[in-house]
Design a binder for this molecule. Structure first.
Ligand SMILES: [Zn+2]
Length: 221
């Protein structure tokens, strides 16, 4: 089975549903980041090209990114995959479609995990609770468990804590909004091909994966 996973940005120590989903579908979990790092560390031609671009501060062209995914699919034809971190635009989605069509390995479905309102609020609360020590910027505190109690002073050195601008409410919400704005056209691209299975993210990663599988069965009827 060949599956693309569109999911919300990672949030603190929160596990994603990808592991549960990959296990239930019995497919390897692959991420563009991991594939890219493997090419770079093994010094393949694609890796060398990517490293040069990254080092000179350039964005990787879509053709190069698609080639990295293609290289994996060619080598692992029967295994299938759950692909994370790609595509990141409708143009990349189109390139991926073409690649998989050429290889005779089209996608079976695309899971679109969207944050439910209450889950979004929970993540905003968690992320805006991050505090940094004025004495030492490496002393960072994140409220990992509910209720989110923000400590009054640094637990390491007793220094005063403050909230960085990037952890402010507007910044955090802005990042979630721009991420959603980036994903929406990709989701629509797959919806037009009737591949999209939309699932609300609320509850544990395991719950989300279970609901995603139920939604997939429903979608295929
Ligand atoms: Zn400190």
């Amino acid at each position: 089975m060949r599956v693309v996973l569109l999911e919300p940005p990672p949030s603190g120590q929160r596990e994603s549903s990808a592991a549960s989903l990959a296990e239930a579908l019995a497919v390897p979990r692959i991420s563009l980041g991991d594939l890219m790092r493997a090419h770079i560390s093994q010094g393949t031609e694609l890796g060398t090209q990517s490293a040069e671009m990254i080092n000179s501060g350039r964005l990787l062209p879509d053709a190069l990114i698609t080639a990295v995914v293609g290289d994996y699919v060619v080598r692992a034809t029967d295994a299938g995959f759950l692909l994370e971190g790609h595509p990141r635009s409708a143009a990349q989605a189109l390139a991926l479609d073409e690649l998989l069509r050429e290889l005779g390995q089209p996608l079976d479905c695309v899971f679109y995990l969207r944050l439910a309102e209450e889950e979004l609020e929970r993540r905003v609360l968690s992320l805006t609770g991050r505090r940094v020590c004025r004495e030492d910027g490496t002393h960072v505190f994140e409220p990992s468990q509910e209720p989110y109690v923000v400590p009054a002073a640094c637990g390491v050195c007793g220094g005063e804590l403050y909230q960085r601008a990037v952890d402010g409410d507007n910044s955090v919400r802005g990042r979630f909004r721009s991420f959603e704005a980036m994903q929406e056209p990709i989701a629509q691209h797959y919806a037009r091909q009737d591949l999209l299975v939309t699932v609300e993210v609320v509850g544990s990663p395991h719950d989300v994966a279970a609901r995603a599988l139920a939604a997939l069965r429903e979608h295929r009827r």
